[in-house]
Design a protein around this ligand. Structure first.
Ligand code: ZN
Length: 89
C-alpha cells in the first residue's frame, strides 16, 4: 500500500460515509416525520377537545378581564362585560 492508495481509500471511505449518513437520515426523516406529525396532530386535537370540554364545564371566561364565571352566566361577575355564550340555549 503506497501513500496514494491510502489517500484514495480514505477519500472513498469518507465519501461513502457521507453518502450513507445522508441516505440514512433521509430515510429516517421520510419514515419518521409523518408519524411525528400525526402524533403531534392527534395530541393537539386531544388537548383542544379536552380544553373545550373543560371550558364548557367550568363556565365562561370573560374575554375582557379573564375572570371565570359560572356556566350559563351572561355577564361577567368581575367587570360586567357581556360573556360569549358557549352553550346555545
Ligand atoms: Zn370581566
Amino acid at each position: 500500500m503506497g501513500i496514494l492508495d491510502r489517500a484514495v481509500s480514505r477519500a472513498v471511505n469518507r465519501a461513502v460515509d457521507k453518502t450513507v449518513d445522508r441516505a440514512i437520515s433521509n430515510a429516517v426523516e421520510q419514515k419518521v416525520a409523518p408519524h411525528i406529525n400525526q402524533a403531534a396532530n392527534q395530541t393537539a386535537g386531544a388537548l383542544v377537545k379536552a380544553g373545550t370540554q373543560q371550558a364548557a364545564s367550568l363556565g365562561s371566561f370573560c374575554t375582557n378581564c379573564g375572570r371565570q364565571n359560572n356556566a350559563g352566566a351572561k355577564f361577567c361577575g368581575g367587570c360586567g362585560a357581556k360573556l360569549p355564550t358557549a352553550i346555545a340555549e
